[in-house]
Write a protein that binds this ligand. Structure first.
Ligand SMILES: *Cc1c(COP(=O)(O)O)cnc(C)c1O
Length: 495
């Protein structure tokens, strides 16, 4: 399988190269040249397989130069780090309504599904490309991605990871999660300023030939772990297949019956993976793209115009507080008939004018699968509370957005009996104060107090990775100004 750029041109690379390189040379995102197909017979065969076995099967269709046994061992190792026997369990909360829990990994959020596997895909990818250098992963984070990347890459062979976060731009809990990180190959540094300052400085390091040269002298090659990397996307395709198979094997649906997913969306990576699963032949009818108050995608889906000239809101579902959803570029590429030139024009227009339009034909093509919806802050609280009261199930605020969108859909389409899987992206204890407020109306200021009270209210198990945080020693407390970041990088690779 070869990969090409969403922005056209002649670049044509292997999966390993796409993962190691991250971004195409012309600034586009790597997409598979064609979508590998999974037949009904093959789906049936996969019914008996474990999650890791299903994952290796699906991944190998894209990454065919990786050997399947190696992929399987890597998947088994990655998903053995999850709590419980199934890394992506499906919970039935009502007739035809299920929750797909993707938060049982080391950092209690769905990004673990891919970031626990990415180190292997990257390291092995380097071997396949004949790259001898060690790898340095640099991450600028506003919170969650940094922690998930640290956990994924800690103690990975031949890799060092360094995370920069804005000193005043992350929550106390997030800071604690990162600064207590263990592992012999990790480093965490706070940067004076806000997230933009931090991200701009990291991007400058990536774009500097001098920095690359200085790192090469130390035996390191720079790489990133962000969500546009195909190595982040591919492992996310797996749980759409796996949850479908679980519905079939538990007798909830007949093989071949189409189902819907409702996905809490930010950068459009999670829901795009669902679309890729559909293009591979998985019987998916609709994908409900759920937003919070930052409802730019809802507007895009209904109007065919992507308009980022709007106010940015900080909400209780911070991982969805995004105005530029990078992975949407891959969808635009598909529905434009894989027109790289047109996709490049639109992305340039987004950069210069913060707005672009698609054609009515493209809009209709998107509407065949996607439908958008969003939840206000009050609606999130109400939905989390309603579900808790009606079913006893506790969900986090991001999942609350997706649930609200699913509920609205059934309100408007009362006769629709299609099974709906609501994708849950975070453990409720990751946002303890907001979930506690939704469930009990109580406001507490301290996260650990929130965890304790939420446990009393819901009796849900507290993940050890969160409750144990309080007693973990702080390992990292360096604070630098953004012009000193590369000095820290050099110090770190010289250790
Ligand atoms: C990252 C994240 C999302 C958004 O996923 P995208 O792939 O960026 O759309 C939603 N919820 C949680 C909890 C997340 O961490």
């Amino acid at each position: 399988m070869k990969f090409i750029s969403t922005r056209g041109g002649n670049e044509r690379v292997t999966g390993a190269q796409a993962i190691v390189q991250g971004l195409a040379a012309n600034g586009g995102l790597f997409v598979p040249e064609k979508f590998p197909q999974v037949t009904a017979a093959e789906l049936e065969e996969m019914l008996a397989l474990s999650y890791a076995e299903r994952a290796a099967r699906i991944l190998h269709k894209y990454l065919d130069e990786y050997d399947e046994d190696g992929l399987l061992s890597a998947c088994e190792a990655a998903y053995s780090r999850f709590e419980g026997p199934d890394p992506a369990p499906l919970v039935k909360i009502d007739d035809g309504v299920y929750i797909l829990e993707l938060f049982h990994g080391p950092t209690c959020a769905f990004k673990d599904m891919a970031l626990t596997l990415l180190p292997y895909l990257l390291r092995k990818g380097c071997d396949l490309c004949g790259i001898k250098e060690k790898i340095l992963i640099l991450v600028a984070t506003s919170g969650d991605t940094g922690k998930a990347a640290l956990e994924g890459f800690k103690d990975a062979e031949g890799v060092k990871i360094m995370v920069f976060y804005p000193n005043d731009g992350v929550s106390k809990m997030q800071k604690l999660q990162m600064c207590t990180q263990d592992g012999s190959n990790v480093n965490v540094v706070a940067v004076k300023g806000n997230f933009d300052d931090c991200q701009t400085a990291v991007k400058a390091i990536f774009n500097s030939a001098d920095c690359a040269e200085a790192l090469k002298d130390k035996g390191y090659l720079l790489s990133s772990a962000n969500s546009i990397n195909f190595g982040r996307l591919a492992p996310q395709i797996v749980y759409y297949f796996s949850s479908y198979l679980d519905l079939v094997s538990s007798g909830q649906i007949e093989p071949g019956t189409p189902i819907d997913f409702s996905v809490p969306t930010g950068n459009f990576g999670n829901i795009l993976a669902a679309y890729y699963a559909k293009l591979m032949g998985l019987p998916i009818r609709r994908l409900h793209c759920a937003s919070n108050m930052n409802n730019i995608l809802t507007d895009f889906l209904s109007k065919g115009e992507y308009d980022a000239r709007r106010e940015f809101y900080k909400t209780t579902s911070p991982s969805m507080d995004i105005l530029i959803s990078s992975n949407l570029e891959r969808l635009l590429f598909e529905v434009s008939g894989r027109n790289g030139k047109l996709t490049a024009e639109r992305m340039n227009k987004l950069k210069s004018d913060k707005v672009y339009k698609i054609t009515p034909e493209e809009q209709a093509e998107i509407a065949k699968t996607f439908v958008g919806g969003w939840a206000s802050e009050d609606e999130v609280v109400e939905t989390v509370y309603d579900v808790f009261c009606d079913t006893g199930y506790t969900m986090d605020t991001h999942t609350g957005c997706a649930m609200k969108v699913a509920v609205d859909w059934f309100e408007k389409n009362k006769k629709d009996t299609t099974n709906m899987v609501v994708v849950s992206t975070a453990n409720p204890y990751k946002f303890p104060q907001d979930v506690l407020y939704a469930v009990t109306g109580n406001d507490v200021r301290d996260s650990f107090k929130g965890i304790k009270r939420l446990h009393v209210a819901t009796a849900m198990k507290v993940p050890a990775s969160l409750s144990g945080l309080r007693d973990k020693p702080v390992r990292f407390n360096t604070v630098v100004s953004s012009d000193k970041m590369f000095d820290e990088v050099l110090k770190f690779v010289s250790e």
